[in-house]
Design a protein around this ligand. Structure first.
Ligand SMILES: [Zn+2]
Ligand SMILES: [Zn+2]
Length: 290
């Protein structure tokens, strides 16, 4: 891979293929304007934006890593696993992602039913207008609820109706982490634990136990650099990466204007050397292990 190890990269971004506000092409354009030499497109449970982003990247001179972010079973918080360098045409991966889409459709219909039962008159078609043909998810429900005057802010929509445990929330069926890791490996990719603070296991013993288990299950990396991580947290995650031979990655979780964060690229910047480490680890993984 021809990439300057010093140039800035962002390995966690979303497009309109999931819940981001920018198309794959516009995301790549923003990356180029921001001086990034590589991004990973990590949409939730879909790779639909990846090929478009790669093609736009070839035109713009930005390396685009084929990737995905998959929600996995975990309590008390949430566990997201990033898959980097995946073969997006791999059948088992695509079959599983398609099944997740069917589950999401069932869940969306369930949210509508619950809202209706709560006296909120809203239809799936109305919510779909806010998705503009893209995967329909909670941000679109939130926008519909605001525009109908049911709540006054997006945050209120999540707090009162959509967040886990709220009045109209329907729990998401999730895959066990070992299944997700195997599936990513089966597609030739590397499995990386996203934003570890969201596991809500603290930064001590509990977190380490979980990371050790995930390592036994084949985890390849841990997202150490993330806008919500404090400096001490980043240091703890880096030390876990070092002790368990995991690649330390990072990204902004860029969603454009869909969430309150519009900056692409971390401060201080994440360097492309971590992309090269991922590539090296992948080369080792696909060689027969002795
Ligand atoms: Zn996530
Ligand atoms: Zn994300």
């Amino acid at each position: 891979m021809h990439i300057d190890p010093e140039c800035p990269v962002d390995l966690h971004t979303h497009t309109t293929a999931s819940d981001g506000s920018l198309s794959p092409e516009d995301l790549v354009d923003l990356a180029r304007q921001g001086g990034l030499c590589a991004i990973a497109v990590t949409d939730h449970d879909t790779t639909d934006g990846v090929i478009r982003a790669i093609e736009a990247g070839q035109r713009a001179g930005v390396v685009v890593l084929p990737a995905v972010e998959i929600s996995s079973q975990h309590k008390p918080g949430s566990m997201h696993i990033l898959g980097y360098f995946i073969d997006v045409g791999e059948p088992h991966l695509q079959d599983t992602l398609a099944e997740m889409v069917r589950n999401r459709d069932r869940r969306n219909r369930g949210v509508i039913e619950r809202l209706n039962n709560l006296g909120v008159q809203i239809t799936l078609e109305e919510v779909a207008e806010y998705a503009g043909g893209d995967v329909l998810g909670r941000p679109h429900f939130a926008r519909a609820l605001v525009s109908k005057g049911v709540v006054s802010t997006i945050q209120e929509a999540f707090d009162q109706y959509l967040d886990a445990g709220a009045a109209a929330a329907v729990p998401k069926e999730k895959l066990p982490p070992e299944y997700v890791i195997d599936m990513i490996h089966g597609a030739g990719g590397l499995a990386v634990l996203a934003h570890p603070y969201q596991l809500r296991l603290g930064d001590g013993e509990e977190l380490e136990k979980r990371v050790r288990l995930l390592c036994d299950q084949g985890l390849d990396g841990i997202e150490c650099f993330y806008p919500e991580h404090s400096e001490p947290q980043t240091a703890i995650y880096l030390s876990l990466a070092a002790r368990y031979s995991l690649v330390a990655t990072g990204g902004t979780d860029f969603h454009g204007s869909s969430k309150n964060q519009t900056r692409l690229g971390l401060q201080p910047p994440l360097r492309a050397s971590c992309v090269l480490q991922l590539a090296a680890r992948r080369a080792r993984n696909i060689c027969p292990r002795s």
